[in-house]
Design a protein around this ligand. Structure first.
Ligand code: FE2
Length: 453
């Protein structure tokens, strides 16, 4: 059933109509799905001969010996084994996509920084050529830390495929719609949604509506998981059923194709004669997923004070030190503010974690001006920050009735490691030189008078 002239359309497994059409709900579930009936072996993984003449192959996302509750792998039944989608490698250069360690001698990472949205260029850019690294942290070779990127994508990948051996990719769109056609199925995302593409999974990215801009957290370390809720209990925050993994989809397309691989911070190309997206059926718990951020159920203060922002954690990637994340992905979205006799915006602080924020839409309460949709800010390890003067004065004098923070969605990629600016972030991206001045006018109010507020 080879099909050399088929249009670029994948054959997808049937799925029910409705909110989950094309996807299977759940986080970290053991899924099974087949795009052709009977393609998935039942009761075993490696039959002597697979149906349809498929090859069985395991994709291991964790070491074979990882503890059961962390062990992730998926069995794929595919037209060709992956070794047929890999040949000699040739090193290529993607100059704007950097990996840690990447300390640029003449760029100062120590500082509180903010950028306007990185503008689109006139040059057509794909998912690969349009990736602009802002910061790196840790070390890609020892699989600790992360990188943050902004993507600017106007062109679909055409018979081009990619996988990162270095990282899982957390994708946060801000503008435009993208399709991730992966070995394990199709994920479409738009602003207000996120996607996670696991390490090692082959995919191509198509533009459904452009230009597309957004943010990526490239996680070199242990995979993202749902944070423990502790005394919050079994519900709220990110609920597992709201995550969606695609049903199986494949294409049988025999045309000259290129696979680009990110491996130890370097990029390599290999030429093959067919699409590698040829997994007809699969089962397992190592798979891509998407999540609608509007389903995130925030929990917060209902009488006084302001909990730590960790209360808004959507996903966390452990570092090996308990409670200290390699990365936390934190969401600041629409919510009610009701606390009494309380300074309601985020408080002033210094943090051992380093915080990169992005604005998806609307106005962020600690920085009503200047932090605009598509923009980024960085408050690096142990550098003080907090509301600007206007936010402080406004919140200190506000009539504290119940107030809805509406039309607001910002996020944070927070890591235990210091973030180093790339040359692009320090020299080319639209850095707001006056950001540090947002605290300059803060007044001394103390004059020694008891009881003065
Ligand atoms: Fe902070």
């Amino acid at each position: 059933m080879t099909n050399q002239t088929s249009p670029r359309k994948m054959t997808q497994a049937p799925s029910p109509e409705g909110p989950h059409a094309g996807y299977m709900p759940g986080f970290g579930n053991d899924f099974e799905t087949e795009a052709l009936p009977g393609a998935l072996p039942q009761g075993m993984n490696s039959p002597q001969k697979c149906n349809y003449g498929l090859y069985g192959e395991q994709l291991s996302g964790t070491a074979f010996t990882a503890p059961s509750h962390q062990n992730e792998r998926t069995w794929c039944y595919r037209i060709r084994p992956s070794v047929k989608h890999s040949h000699r490698y040739e090193k290529i250069d993607l100059p704007y996509w950097k990996s840690a360690p990447n300390v640029v001698p003449d760029v100062t990472s120590l500082g509180q920084y903010r950028w306007d949205p990185v503008p689109h260029s006139d040059t057509p850019l794909t998912w690969l050529t349009g990736m602009r690294t802002m910061t790196t942290a840790g070390d890609v070779n020892t699989q600790v830390g992360m990188a943050t990127h902004i993507y600017l994508v106007t062109e679909s990948m055409e018979d081009e495929y990619f996988f990162s051996a270095d990282s899982e990719m957390l994708v946060v769109p801000q503008e435009g719609r993208l399709r991730f056609s992966t070995e394990l199925g199709i994920i479409d995302i738009a602003p207000q949604e996120i996607a996670i593409i696991p390490r090692g999974l082959v995919y191509r990215v198509e533009v459904l509506e452009g230009p597309a801009r957004g943010f990526v957290c490239e996680n070199y370390g242990q995979k993202f998981e749902l944070p423990g809720r502790g005394p919050i209990g079994a519900n709220c925050m990110a609920n597992p059923r709201d995550f969606k993994t695609p049903v199986a989809a494949f294409e049988d397309r025999e045309v000259p194709s290129t696979v680009t691989i990110k491996w130890c911070g370097q990029f390599h190309e290999t030429k093959i004669g067919q699409s590698p997206l040829d997994v007809v059926a699969w089962h397992g718990n190592y798979a891509p997923l998407k999540y609608d951020l509007s389903t995130y159920c925030p929990v917060g203060a209902i009488l006084f004070d302001h909990p730590d922002p960790s209360i808004f954690t959507v996903l966390t990637a452990p570092s090996g030190q308990e409670g200290t994340a390699n990365i936390d992905f934190v969401l600041f979205r629409e919510r009610w503010m009701v606390a009494e006799d309380t300074f309601r915006p985020p408080w002033y602080h210094k943090n051992i974690m380093s915080e990169l924020m992005g604005n998806i839409y609307g106005q962020y309460d600690a920085k009503p001006k200047g932090f605009i949709p598509g923009g980024v800010s960085l408050h690096n390890m142990m550098l003080p920050h907090g509301p600007d003067k206007n936010a402080f004065e406004g919140a200190s004098n506000a009539d504290l009735k119940a107030e809805k923070l509406d039309n607001t969605m910002s996020f944070m990629f927070e890591t235990r490691f210091p973030q180093h600016l790339t040359a692009f972030a320090g020299k080319e991206a639209p850095l707001q030189d006056d950001y540090i001045d947002c605290w300059t006018d803060m007044e001394k109010k103390f004059d020694g008078t008891p009881g003065k507020k």
